[in-house]
Design a protein. Structure first.
Length: 617
């Protein structure tokens, strides 16, 4: 049964009278909030490892490890992720709303669970933990959900400094679809801005340095983003503002840059090659908008050991060593914030070698003009400039298929579809190449090892150049496979009606990742439309239900893949003479080369990162 504990605020009020020792007031436009994250933030976040159930001793253990082993390399943020205010949260999966004991103060503001964070007892909040982390020379962060607690609304709790209550500022519109703790705060209502001001005043009194605000950028809540930015600024404390989850709409890049320090480019990222492969596309898309203090965020680093995360319990990362090089190299060249997800005290020597390479971290912090150079036949290149030396930084990747499919000829990729996805699905409407005679509908695993990945192609329809339409459900497929069970027509894989997020459909195809369905189509077919979503048969079960939908008109079967030599044409980089080349991961000079004479061999799913220095300038 849900319980709510309202804490006395006597001690909170006393604590708020004291200013934070390291508070810094922002100055004019040359000292704006962008200066608070002039290089991409680096740190640890509790989500991957502990889900919503991290406790104080675990946070301190990771902070101690970071201070002793990683601080000197630039790692500094220690972030407590979601639901720290639920007293009886003990597993990697969210307690149901009605089985959650919420901790709030008398002004309707969430407070840390004293059971999980003993130093927060008696209204102390996170100040003792923040003080501990600051004493190590590190910075402290938390996760919050957009909006106002439902418990504050139900109980008409007062908004500090006003005569309004939480019941005066909320709306049930655009309520979070995957966590039911909060309601939307309506911009313009009297007390709305004051509520956000009140929670950030509280966080500033604790000594907060970083806030990750969830359910904010997909869909994009511009009004609440602006209220949060104002609330942070009025505290006078530099608090890095991270928006989550993704994909943030690219067309909102100007607004995001104007109000946030970080914003997510994709949905939750896990240790799954399909998701990493998809990240190449999203990083290339967002690269033009990288700038100091405002960083597109490719999400956390799911590396090391996970204890009781939402999708990973008592295991190490599934990424191979080569895939971890790819992950770190792409995030470095994209200048994504680096937030490590594993339990740092369990790090092995190899993991730490990826986190403590000063030459690579220097590229991450200081390179400019970062962009994708080429992407052809599963071979990808990125370039950047060293603004101090004129050197080029070049990364090359062998991103061939994952053993299930190759992605080089795909016409469409949805990215991960999960319970976090609005409507549990994606609308697809794409043009097909002229003269196409076959169509492949593909469902790949989205990151959790199949589990409950029931997926539906709802109303799949092809369109001909004369305007006629043909439902694929009226055609016989040539081939159909599913990772579990058998592909079904006009019903789910489990034999039930097709149902996606409580909506039932008559026509469609039920399947399960990993799945390929092949159709022969007329040569004059020019368009494909469908709604692709998670079937109720998967989402009604505990765990799982993460997939990616893909479309191709070419056979997606992967060929034999091995290490590949990738030529780096230095004339294309602007160098006509000889250049010295250094392997940054190996920390080794490789010699001098010119033209296309340098062609490093890159392992399957691997990467190389090189500094190219012209001998004559």
């Amino acid at each position: 049964m849900k319980r709510v504990i309202f804490l006395s605020t006597f001690l909170i009020i006393i604590l708020s009278l004291f200013s934070c020792s390291n508070t810094k007031t922002p100055g004019d436009k040359t000292d704006s909030f962008h200066q608070w994250a002039i290089t991409p933030p680096m740190g640890w976040n509790s989500w991957d490892c502990f889900g919503p159930s991290v406790v104080e001793d675990e946070v301190k253990a990771n902070a101690d490890y970071m201070a002793a082993n990683l601080k000197d390399y630039g790692w500094e943020y220690v972030v407590v992720d979601i639901r720290w205010y639920v007293d009886n949260q003990t597993t990697g999966h969210y307690n149901a709303y009605d089985n959650s004991t919420f901790i709030l103060d008398e002004y309707g503001r969430y407070m840390p669970s004293p059971t999980r964070f003993p130093s927060a007892a008696n209204g102390a909040g996170f100040k003792p933990l923040a003080d501990y982390i600051h004493s190590l020379g590190l910075k402290f962060g938390i996760h919050i959900m957009r909006g106002v607690p439902k418990e504050a609304v139900f109980n008409k709790m007062p908004i500090k400094g006003t005569d309004k209550t939480a019941a005066d500022i909320y709306s049930i519109d655009t309520e979070c679809t995957w966590l039911q703790d909060n309601y939307t705060v309506v911009a313009g209502k009297e007390g709305a801005q004051e509520y956000y001001n009140s929670i950030f005043d509280l966080y500033a009194s604790w000594g907060l340095d970083f806030v990750k605000v969830d359910d904010l950028s997909r869909p994009y809540h511009a009004n609440e983003i602006e209220m949060i930015r104002k609330a942070i600024d009025q505290t006078g404390r530099p608090i890095v503002f991270s928006m989550s989850p993704g994909a943030t709409p690219v067309e909102e890049h100007e607004h995001a840059t104007a109000h946030a320090n970080m914003w997510r480019t994709i949905d939750d990222f896990w240790d799954n090659w399909a998701q990493l492969n998809y990240s190449f596309e999203k990083c290339a898309e967002w690269a033009p908008y990288i700038q100091p203090g405002a960083w597109p965020d490719a999400d956390m680093l799911p590396m090391g050991k996970f204890i009781r995360g939402e999708r990973a319990t008592d295991r190490y990362t599934k990424f191979t060593a080569d895939e971890q090089y790819t992950l770190m190299t792409l995030w470095t060249m994209f200048k994504s914030p680096l937030m490590f997800g594993g339990n740092m005290p369990d790090n092995d020597e190899f993991t730490n070698s990826l986190l403590t390479n000063r030459e690579v971290l220097d590229v991450h912090a200081h390179s400019v003009n970062n962009k994708q150079w080429f992407n052809e036949n599963d071979l990808i290149g990125w370039t950047a400039d060293d603004p101090d030396t004129g050197d080029k930084l070049v990364a090359v990747f062998n991103s061939a298929g994952d053993g299930f499919i190759t992605t080089k000829d795909l016409l469409y990729r949805s990215g991960t579809v999960s319970r976090l996805t609005d409507g549990y699905g994606e609308k697809i409407d794409i043009d097909l190449p002229k003269g196409s005679t076959q169509l492949y509908l593909i469902v790949n695993d989205g990151g959790d090892g199949h589990a409950c990945d029931h997926a539906d192609w709802i109303n799949p329809t092809i369109y001909q150049d004369n305007g006629d339409s043909i439902s694929l459900t009226s055609l016989n497929w040539e081939f159909a496979s599913a990772g579990w069970g058998e592909v079904a027509l006009n019903k789910s894989l489990s034999g039930n009606p097709l149902q996606v997020k409580e909506t039932t459909y008559e026509k469609g195809i039920g399947t399960h990742s990993q799945s390929i369905i092949k159709y022969k189509i007329p040569e004059n077919t020019v368009r494909f439309k469908a709604f692709a979503g998670l079937d109720q048969g998967g989402t009604s079960q505990h765990g799982g239900a993460t997939v990616e939908f893909m479309i191709s008109t070419e056979d997606p079967a992967p060929g034999e893949v091995d290490a590949v030599a990738i030529p780096i044409n230095m004339e294309e980089l602007g160098f006509t003479g000889e250049c010295k080349i250094r392997d940054l991961w190996a920390k080794k000079d490789l010699g001098t080369y010119s033209g296309s004479g340098f062609a490093p061999t890159i392992n399957y799913h691997g990467a190389g990162l090189y500094r190219i220095s012209p001998l004559s300038k």
